[in-house]
Design a protein around this ligand. Sequence first.
Ligand SMILES: [Zn+2]
Length: 111
Amino acid sequence: MGKRNVPKSEDVVYPQFLQIGSHLVAIEQGESPITTDEGEELYGYWQPLHTGGKIVVDDSLEGGRKLAVFLHEVLHAVSDTYGLELKHRQVYGAAEGLAQALHPWLKDLSR
Ligand SMILES: [Zn+2]
């Protein structure tokens, strides 16, 4: 399990799990920087279902940036689960737009 997220004033409280299709996907806060097995540094990643099915987000991110990364990985997970074959740039644009639109609301709900 990831560390329990302690929300900062601009932060959204994130769930520990999300139901995506028939899968319960764990949400983890990863130590910054997140480094893949290949040595690549990331703000977050979606580990596909056949290798665990979890989402990890850099715990040093805050506010709308963190929400955008979180939603980015959720969209990759939804795309994989439902066979949508979304391209990274589509996921990127959708996540940025959704984060901007939803952050004020989710931040208020998290108080
Ligand atoms: Zn991506």
